[in-house]
Design a protein. Structure first.
Length: 268
């Protein structure tokens, strides 16, 4: 069992909701990214989702698009992302790290080489946004060979047949995209989301994380009533955009507030 599955299993057994925190590798620098990852853990993050900067992050809104641009301008390359994880692992060997990115870099590097490098660095799972479920078999097998788990994306518009296929392919957790749009956009339809999560639970026993559009403690606590984990991205990246390498305290404080709300909700 990977660090990711072990952490989510423990949280479920404790009746607690997981807190997954996202940032873009290399924004504003490699050194700052490692420090921000530690700040996230200090604030209460259970899992780190580390974005691989990409020129065309089609699922991401303007906040994360800008973060990718800053990271790329700073010279961040795929090897630097792996090195960031490796350096983080020098002082944190327990917090799961999920690499979130797009298929093009995997195609360019090669599935085997990418999987081997990610695992050697200390990553636990991969989320490939634009990987069609019809083509996930080969990559999923490659991940498994290297001890990596696959996170699967499900949207409000996912058909019943595709929903079942995604659930069968997932080995890490199911990432439910809570709205029709990009990261950081729109408002949540919580009633509809509850129905969708029920549909997913009928098809898999894997944990369900909810992301896109979650920016505050109140919303996170509301979603925690039905989800196993909440994923916070754009709200944290905004702090990094504003404060740069000095964003650690702001990021940690924002997560601590959400962590408190989640734990209060669990105790109620």
């Amino acid at each position: 069992m990977s660090r990711l599955s072990a952490r989510l299993t423990t949280l479920r057994a404790e009746g607690r909701t997981g807190l997954i925190a996202y940032l873009v590798a290399g924004d504003p620098s490699a050194k700052a990214t490692v420090e921000l990852m530690h700040a996230m853990v200090k604030g209460g993050a259970d899992v780190i989702e580390l974005g691989v900067p990409f020129t065309d992050p089609v699922a991401d809104g303007p906040v994360i698009q800008a973060a990718c641009e800053r990271a790329l301008r700073a010279g961040t390359r795929l090897a630097d992302v792996f090195e960031t994880v490796r350096v983080f692992r020098k002082t944190d060997t327990v917090t799961p790290v999920v690499l979130m990115g797009y298929l093009n870099p995997l195609e360019a590097m090669g599935y085997s080489a990418y999987s081997e490098a990610a695992a050697a660095a200390g990553a636990d799972a991969l989320l490939v946004v634009d990987l069609p479920v019809e083509e996930a078999g080969e990559l999923g097998e490659m991940f498994a060979m290297h001890g990596l788990e696959l996170v699967g994306l499900i949207a409000p518009t996912t058909s019943a047949s595709r929903l079942a296929r995604v659930c069968r392919s997932v080995t890490g957790f199911v990432y439910y995209v809570s709205l029709k749009g990009v990261t950081g956009a729109g408002s949540l339809d919580r009633a509809a989301m509850g129905g969708q999560i029920a549909r997913i639970r009928a098809l898999t026993d894997r944990p369900i994380g909810v992301g896109f559009g979650i920016s505050d403690a109140e919303t996170a606590a509301s979603i925690a009533q039905t989800a196993d984990a909440v994923i916070i991205g754009s709200a944290l990246v905004r702090h990094i955009a504003e404060h740069g390498a000095a964003a650690g305290p702001a990021v940690s404080a924002a997560l601590a507030e959400i962590r408190k709300a989640l734990d209060t909700n669990a105790a109620a």
